[in-house]
Design a protein around this ligand. Sequence first.
Ligand code: MGD
Ligand code: MGD
Ligand code: MO
Length: 768
Amino acid sequence: MKKKQLAVNPENPETLLDLKLTPPKEAAAGIPGVVHAVQHVLHEMDPVRGFKALAKLNQKSGFDCPGCAWPDPDDDRSAVAEYCENGAKAIAEEATTKKLGPDFFAKHSLAALSQLNDYEIGKKGRIAQPMYLAKGATHYTPIEWENAFEKIANALNALDNPNEAVFYTSGRTSNEAAFLYQLLVRQFGTNNLPDCSNMCHESSGVALNESLGIGKGSVTLEDFYIADVILIIGQNPGTNHPRMLSALQKAKANGCKIISINPLPETGLVAFNNPQTLKGVMGIKSKLTDLFLQVKLNGDMALLKALSKLLLEASKTNPEIIDTDFIQANTVGFEDWKTAILKEDIAQLAIDSGIELSQIEAAANYLKQGKKIIACWAMGLTQHKNAVETIQEVVNILLLKGSIGKPGAGTCPVRGHSNVQGDRTMGIYEKPSPAFLNQIAQTYGFVPPQKHGYDVVEAIHAMHQNKVKVFMAMGGNFLSATPDTNYTAQALEKCKLTVQVSTKLNRSHLVTGEEAIILPCLSRSDMDMLNNEPQFISCENSMGVIQKSQGNLKPVSTLLKSEPVIVAELALKLFGNHGPVKWDKYLQHYDHIRADIELTIAGFTNYNVRVREPGGFYLPNSAREGKFNVLTSQKAHFVIGKLNHIQLKENELMMMTIRSHDQFNTTIYGLDDRYRGVFNERRVIFMNPLDCQKLGYKAGDLVDLMNNEHGIERIARKFIIVEFNIPQTCSATYFPEANVLVPIQSVADKSNTPTSKMVIIQLRPHQG
Ligand SMILES: Nc1nc2c(c(=O)[nH]1)N[C@H]1C(S)=C(S)[C@@H](COP(=O)(O)OP(=O)(O)OC[C@H]3O[C@@H](n4cnc5c(=O)[nH]c(N)nc54)[C@H](O)[C@@H]3O)O[C@H]1N2
Ligand SMILES: Nc1nc2c(c(=O)[nH]1)N[C@H]1C(S)=C(S)[C@@H](COP(=O)(O)OP(=O)(O)OC[C@H]3O[C@@H](n4cnc5c(=O)[nH]c(N)nc54)[C@H](O)[C@@H]3O)O[C@H]1N2
Ligand SMILES: [Mo]
């Protein structure tokens, strides 16, 4: 029997471990953070390799952290430790010396591997050689690179239409690899290039493009140090962008006020022990947040409108509060927006946001006084039905205050994966602009396909409808990261061939098409040699800085290839060297890739020289320069958002799916969520004690979580109730365990991002 239903059935209760709870931590980082980081590293490799890796992490001569996309300081980088606890864990995970040879795959069937949880699967080690799963087989077997490329090329060439193939990208892929990958896909004839952004900051890209004419944020790290007010909305920096805390600490030292807006009092937001300072080492906390607004899930739009209303009203007597000159010179739509805001009922807005009016007034007072305001946000805003309009409501406040296009102020969508922004710049996008496609045509002399391709959600539907036969992933864990896990599993199983370019084993290798191939690649920390010459790659961080990254560790196997080499060799198999793209030149030196990027993409003039300068270079950013390239007007737009009224039934809760402190997306580093005081278990649901009472449960009860949206019954079994400081009717579980409950039909307007932070659920006592 083949894998199939055994491969993954996340509904099935997993074994519960031994949950331990402590009160949530008051401050992030400090010495415990350093200790945990080093423990993780030493668990995976010997100390020499471990310290070799850490010494080069985020140094100008080293490699870019494969963790988050937070930028490195331009000048004063710490000589020893320009990384955080979670960056060190990311390194431990990828630089491990454990590896999976052919004997591992001979010993373990797919069915047997599927019984392991994500933590156990990930801990097995690095994939050490290409592997192939034949039709009907129960085990992967080794395959030569050459044969693997041949099989993929044959499957692609056998398609009736190039649009029957889908090419996914996760966000660790370098600029060089991403550029080649999109080039291969477009030469092949499709724009089916979904990426993890579709599930992440797509809502930010759409909102910012419409409002400001650029899909990226406008601030630099230096802006943080001179801001008057920083808003942190729907983001958990203590866990997901720990190095942001140092920037916030510096901002505060310069008198900045910090307002956090979150349903949870996240530890890092409250206080921080900087492990790189003496005070921090001694456990002397810096209080970071001046004002914490504990918003209800999806209550942000109401809150932002309330803030705008208070500012507009106050400006009637004190016009200085808003920046009328900026508004007149640079924006359109102000009067209509103002009229709409002033019509809102402030008391009702406060109720809808879940925050006391007095607290909202306190926040408005900070905003009234501030002239330079930065707004930061992440998944707490982007993964909602009305995400695009909510983000535009954030932008409205910045425009009202003239806080865009000047130092110390602007937009800061805090990106996730370390090169997710760069991948988009390189053309990993299912909806490329005509200008971008024209540039490809100019450089290479072929006409790329113009029709837009599938995003993530559309790709899953298309696989279900048998419109897609080949699925290839450049990194990531498509099955576990996407919504409605069972539906996605069925979709992948309908493909003829699924191909994964990966570093570590994950569930997407276990739920496959009829045939499957794993191509093992080098990671960020690995030394990359080509023709006996060391190569480097480059990445773009969350603030548009392009930097070189060069690994220094010996790869765990001689059979690994780099991502750019994998793409170029596959392209040679597919197209040969006689077409418009001379693929073999990219196999000589990566400088040739960068030279072609320079020819094709704006902002990369003199790429090969500038990328070698310590610290790299900034890409041009129109919003930062105060230019708004919005199609119709060349001005920034005030956009009126609609309030979303969600009526929950008596027995329903709103659930967000979030990250613990011990994971990177679907990679589970460990089973603890130290800051929230949860240890040794991930199948937990955080609930307000009053909701527990109302629904007839108590802390520690075992429950099944369910919903029935769009006529499909979804169940996630066996979760333990943890009482927590979270607004009533709101609840939280961890991603990816709860993805089985996220309905694929529930997506954000315009961005089509799954609404992973607003999933309606019901509870029942656990049924075995
Ligand atoms: N260590 C580590 N670092 C990471 C990652 C990781 O998994 N581990 N992932 C990377 C990636 S790809 C990304 S995108 C980022 C993610 O970084 P975050 O966006 O910080 O990640 P989440 O855990 O999804 O947390 C979302 C936050 O939003 C809040 N929230 C949820 N719903 C709402 C809402 O309706 N309103 C408001 N105001 N807040 C809300 C939650 O309480 C939580 O604090 O981190 C990146 N960095
Ligand atoms: N319910 C819910 N779902 C979510 C989210 C949520 O908050 N809630 N967040 C969403 C977000 S923000 C994102 S970004 C996505 C993430 O979606 P993905 O990017 O698809 O998922 P990851 O877990 O980051 O991918 C991990 C895998 O990438 C591979 N990998 C690691 N490093 C490399 C490398 O250098 N090269 C290659 N080729 N492979 C590598 C490893 O095999 C590893 O198992 O998930 C989304 N899904
Ligand atoms: Mo993300």
